[in-house]
Design a protein around this ligand. Structure first.
Ligand code: DP6
Length: 332
């Protein structure tokens, strides 16, 4: 029996991935930059078992049968092909944060799955190879393989579109305060959203300007320059959401509470508090700050109307293997 368990963190993109030049291979139209989120984790156990007729997948204690299992199976197929085996697997996965609300569960999920499955199969893959494979399951998962502050390269071809760390977690004491305004599952997830990106008249302009935003963001992180960082991440979020809102059909992820938090964050910054927003494909607002100010800001965010809860995460390390395996749900 071949078994392995891996833990991967979610990540928050500062320069966002939105749109693919190849949807099947998940080759992006632009490079992206992110930070791993310590404590927002997926743990996944993969057990290859010759007695199984089909892959089985349990998420947070419930056996899944539909699209979710298919996507896991497709990812396992890539790894089975590399290992030259056909054995089916039982996959157990647990998240410690809600799914489908703008905290990227697919990033930590496909990163943990890729690391656990490749290890269970005895494949010896370096970090770039793991990141490339994780990318095939979910684009943002490529960025949850390396640790700390990470850049996913646009690449010229399949082989060179992978993510690499450019600064370790302790390089800068940035904190992500995730203001959760809704736990409802979003209508159109990112996988459904990427193919709509080219229908927006703004997407070409977004892509053309991305190298400039990547440079500004990378430099701001290197230099720990919060002012420049705040301005570039807010601009990047607004450019991506402008594309989303103007695609056909139009995608509107913001709720009134989302906009209220964005405006409040700017007022706090005007007062001198380091605070800047970034928002993925959902209504929640990730408020970036620096560790000495995070308790104050967390209390202020939690007191805003419409904010259900605030999660706190600092920069996290790379995906890693664990010695303990998850137990299957009772109905197994
Ligand atoms: C808005 O990586 O979730 O969070 O590749 O289809 O799984 P799939 O999409 P996904 O897209 C992430 C979109 C984003 C921006 C980002 O994380 O870069």
């Amino acid at each position: 029996m071949q078994i392995a368990t891996a833990l991967a963190h979610s990540n928050i993109a500062f320069i966002k991935y939105w749109g693919n030049r190849d949807d099947a291979l998940r080759l992006p139209v632009n490079g992206s930059i992110s930070m791993n989120l310590d404590g927002l984790d997926t743990v996944t156990t993969v057990r290859f078992d010759p007695s199984l007729g089909a892959d089985r997948f349990a998420l947070d204690g419930t056996w899944e049968t539909g699209e979710k299992r298919e996507r896991v199976s497709a990812q396992l197929d890539l790894l089975r092909a590399l290992a030259g085996v056909d054995t089916r697997a039982k996959v157990l996965s647990e998240n410690n944060f809600p799914q489908g609300t703008g905290i990227a569960s697919s990033a930590s999920a496909f990163s943990a799955l890729t690391l656990a499955a490749s290890s269970a199969l005895g494949l010896e893959l370096n970090e770039a190879a793991l990141s490339r494979l994780a990318r095939r399951g979910s684009g943002s998962a490529s960025r949850s393989i390396p640790g700390g502050f990470v850049e996913w390269y646009l690449g010229k071809a399949e082989e060179d579109s992978y993510a690499e760390s450019f600064a370790p977690p302790d390089h800068w004491d940035l904190v992500d305060l995730v203001a959760i305004v809704s736990r409802e599952h979003k209508a159109v997830g990112s996988t459904g959203g990427h193919p709509l990106a080219p229908t927006s008249p703004l997407q070409q302009a977004r892509i053309a300007d991305t190298p400039r935003r990547l440079d500004r963001c990378r430099t701001a992180i290197f230099e720990r320059d919060f002012g420049t960082f705040a301005s570039v991440i807010e601009q990047d979020t607004l450019v991506m959401h402008s594309v989303m809102m103007t695609s056909e059909p139009s995608l509107m992820y913001w709720e009134p509470d989302t906009l209220r938090i964005m405006q409040q964050v700017r007022l706090w910054r005007d007062e001198g508090l380091p605070a800047a927003f970034t928002i993925d494909a959902g209504p929640n607002v990730h408020v970036m700050t620096l560790a000495p100010h995070s308790a104050e800001l967390q209390a202020r965010l939690a007191a805003l109307p419409g904010v259900e809860t605030v999660r706190h995460a600092s920069a996290g390390g790379p995906a890693r293997l664990l010695a303990e395996h998850l137990a299957p749900p009772r109905s197994a």
